[in-house]
Design a protein around this ligand. Structure first.
Ligand SMILES: Nc1ncnc2c1ncn2[C@@H]1O[C@H](COP(=O)(O)OP(=O)(O)OP(=O)(O)O)[C@@H](O)[C@H]1O
Ligand SMILES: [Mg+2]
Length: 311
């Protein structure tokens, strides 16, 4: 089974405002509310690919209830851990005239030690050998930046393959537990190493350094430039796919979701990588954090061009 963890979920409230202007009164012409948070997005994409997952989420207040309701039509179960702090609402201002996207995100309130301990314990009881545990996204203000390291260690002890997709100190600390897979984008990787990573050789060197830490698979996503998978003694480079871009939000989540789905289905690494690149590219054709349709992922799968190399 695949378990996703969302410590900082949100209701994504997308509002359409033609000619959005700062320092002025703006009028909304359309409102849409979607369940959000990286782990939840990963579960949505796994569902879209035909797979199963369980989404763990810390939820609180009326917004938490609303988020559960928004997820009630999903095929994946939500394991909600209640907190005293209300779930965030993140505003996304879409301007169809000026073609801009503006995100206004709440930081999320501290959920309390109790809620985190409850989530950890529940997961620990459920995780079995061979499961996949996906740790992704930000954490609410006040939560220890070592949380992913602790969850990753626990997951590994239970025999699960831990996927980490986070940035800054969360990534840095999480790496210390040597997760099974990490998926930094180019910026996150350069931040971690504290040096620019522009050329393929520089990116591969960074990937190799992560493998030396005991990580089995390093997926480096390069936005519109494709992706690199480093593992064992070699790497595979995927060229980018040319697709119409509606919103790049959630491309990384789709990539993580597809790789987790592929591994869970027993695919080989090359096929899982191909699927993850196809899913990432399919995601950018969707608006907001909508999961890409399976038909499109299938179509793009056949178009992904790979080339490999060894040390
Ligand atoms: N403009 C694009 N055109 C085609 N494919 C894209 C584009 N942007 C992203 N992708 C695909 O999606 C994958 C993941 O994208 P990206 O590197 O932007 O992830 P990310 O920065 O982690 O995104 P996020 O965290 O916002 O979900 C890329 O490796 C690529 O396969
Ligand atoms: Mg990302």
């Amino acid at each position: 089974m695949i378990y996703t963890v969302t410590l900082n979920p949100a209701i994504d409230k997308t509002v359409e405002i033609p000619s959005f202007t700062v320092d002025a009164v703006n009028r909304i012409t359309r409102i849409q509310e979607d369940p959000g948070g990286k782990g939840i997005n990963v579960s949505k994409v796994i569902e879209s690919l035909g797979g199963d997952s369980v989404a763990y989420a810390l939820l609180g207040g009326d917004a938490g209830e609303k988020l559960l309701k928004l997820l009630s039509g999903s095929r994946f179960p939500v394991k909600s851990i209640r907190t005293d702090r209300a779930t965030r609402t993140n505003m996304k201002v879409v301007d169809p005239v000026l073609h801009t996207n503006t995100d206004i995100n709440e930081p999320g309130g501290y959920p309390g030690d109790q809620a985190i301990a409850e989530l950890t314990q529940d997961l620990e009881e459920r995780l079995k050998e061979g499961d996949i545990l996906v740790l992704s996204g930000s954490v609410p203000a006040g939560v220890n930046k070592e949380i992913y390291r602790e969850l990753a260690r626990m997951g590994k002890e239970r025999g699960a393959r831990v996927f980490l997709d986070a940035d800054g100190p969360l990534f840095c600390e999480g790496l210390k537990a040597a997760p099974y897979l990490v998926k930094p984008n180019q910026y996150e990787l350069a931040q971690y190493f504290g040096r620019p990573l522009e050329t393929e050789e520089e990116l591969l060197e960074a990937g190799r350094e992560l493998l030396k830490k005991g990580i089995s698979v390093v997926l480096i996503s390069l936005g519109g430039d494709g992706a690199i998978m480093c593992r064992g003694g070699g790497y595979i480079r995927a060229e980018s796919l040319s697709v119409p871009v509606a919103s790049t939000v959630g491309a990384g989540d789709s990539m993580v979701a597809a790789f987790a789905y592929g591994m869970d289905q027993g695919m080989d690494f090359e096929s899982a990588f191909r699927l993850s690149v196809a899913a990432g590219s399919a995601a950018v054709t969707c608006s907001g954090s909508q999961a890409p349709a399976l038909e499109l992922v299938r179509e793009l799968y056949g178009q992904v061009k790979l080339r490999g190399g060894n040390e």
